[in-house]
Design a protein around this ligand. Structure first.
Ligand code: ADP
Length: 414
């Protein structure tokens, strides 16, 4: 089956077309046919498109909305520039959507019907910035491909629905959980689930034997403690603001800081939340950039004190979480790094692991320094009691595979 994987943001649409089916999933022979990115939708959009084995094309196009973007993807895919496997709309067999928030309702990926769409709408309150744009993507695909084409929703939150009550409850009045479902949901679930799955394939172990800590470090960052294949705890909470230090997000802070800033700076609580989401994290501390690569260069070349500080706070927070998750889930066999920083920065991995020798994590510095740009495998010494791995994430592949499973009515193995 050829699956169109859509990730619809407020002004962008990222997509891939992946050929996969139950046999290809079993033999790991799924094929990536095309990928692309349409940004600044609503005006003159920047469009990058690439069919497998061909050069990427970069252009601009006036795209009014998400529907216009999906129409453009389909037109391109069927044209001579698109992948050779797609010549007409009939060659797309299903659409898989990344949906940010599935609340407590969705523990797995699901085939979308009117009832599912209503339930995704019910979660808007929990993700007011993301779910409405995901719904627009679903409606756009329905308009462009017709209601007969199967569509599947894959939720960022679903993998973490196995968190026990003591891990997901906040210590605030219980009726607030009852009334508004205020609790830890966690995000990046598709990424944590994918790298845990790859790890057990590399190790040739069963899902039930998978005890790992997965660390997703990109622009957004989160960590998950996985015991017997199930997510037991994760650092993002009701929203993706909690937990690790991120590109522009603060991660954990004392909640009393919010009112303090409101009073001192004359801001509303909403404005402070925006400050914590958009002007904090690596950007906030360094005052320079949210980009880890640039910060490492500033530190190396200009000895910039605040760039150094931002990286130190970032690495310290990850290390602290690794320690606490080892305690929380009763130990683990490996830590797994993924995401733009986790996959590509030996320096950051080394700095995170440098304080963890006492717990039996001994990084193989040479292997670690060579592990970037698509490397997959172990970066710790063979006698390391706690192993360290780098595994590139592939959320799109998992979305395509879940789409096939949902369409075929096959049980999803997390
Ligand atoms: P997103 O969360 O938006 O998908 P990515 O996973 O692509 O983001 O991660 C982006 C981050 O990865 C940026 O901070 C970028 O600087 C960082 N990054 C990418 N390559 C490197 C590298 N070689 N060294 C250090 N950081 C890197």
């Amino acid at each position: 089956m050829n699956i169109l994987v859509l990730n619809c943001g407020s002004s962008s649409v990222k997509f891939q077309i992946i050929a996969t089916d139950m046999e290809m999933i079993g033999s790991n022979t799924d094929q990536r046919l095309a990928r692309g990115n349409l940004e600044r939708i609503g005006g003159e959009a920047i469009v990058s498109l690439q069919a497998n084995g061909r050069a990427a094309s970069l252009s601009t196009a006036a795209l009014r909305d998400t529907r216009a973007a999906v129409e453009m993807i389909l037109r391109w895919a069927c044209s001579d520039e698109g992948p050779e496997q797609i010549t007409s709309v009939a060659d797309i067999h299903a659409v898989g959507h990344r949906v940010v928030h599935g609340g407590e309702h969705f523990k797995h990926s699901v085939k979308i019907d009117d009832e599912v769409l209503r339930a995704i709408e019910d979660c808007i309150e929990l993700a007011p910035l993301h779910n409405p744009t995901n719904i627009k993507g679903i409606q756009a695909a329905r308009d462009v491909f017709g209601s007969g084409l199967p569509q599947v929703a894959v939720f960022d939150t679903a993998f973490h629905q196995t968190l026990p009550e003591h891990a997901y409850l906040y210590a605030i009045p219980y009726q607030l959980y009852r009334r508004y479902r205020i609790r830890r949901y966690g995000f990046h679930g598709t990424s944590h689930r994918y790298v845990a799955y790859r790890y057990r394939q590399l190790q040739k172990i069963a899902r039930e034997e998978t005890n790992v800590i997965t660390i997703h470090l990109g622009n957004g960052c989160s960590i998950a403690g996985i015991r017997s294949g199930n997510s037991q705890d994760t650092s993002m909470g009701l929203t993706p603001l909690e937990g690790l230090v991120m590109g522009t997000r603060s991660g954990d802070i004392d909640p009393a800081i919010i009112d303090f800033i409101c009073v001192k700076e004359g801001l509303s609580s909403h404005e402070v939340e925006t400050l914590l989401n958009k002007q904090s994290g690596l950007l906030g501390i360094s005052g320079l950039t949210n980009d880890m690569r640039e910060l490492l260069a500033e530190e190396r070349e200009n000895n910039d004190r605040r760039a150094h500080l931002a990286i130190e706070v970032f690495c310290y927070r990850v290390r602290k979480y690794i320690g606490s998750y080892l305690a929380a889930i009763g130990g683990a066999d490996a830590v797994i790094f993924t995401g733009g920083i986790g996959e590509n920065s030996p320096e950051v991995r080394s700095r995170i692991c440098s304080g963890l020798q006492w717990i039996g994590l001994s990084l193989d510095e040479e292997k670690n320094s060579l592990a970037q740009k698509g490397f997959e495998g172990k970066v710790s010494n063979d006698d390391s009691r706690l192993a360290a791995y780098v595994i590139p994430t592939d959320e799109e592949l998992l979305i395509a595979r879940d789409t096939v499973r949902c369409v075929m009515g096959v049980e999803q193995r997390f």
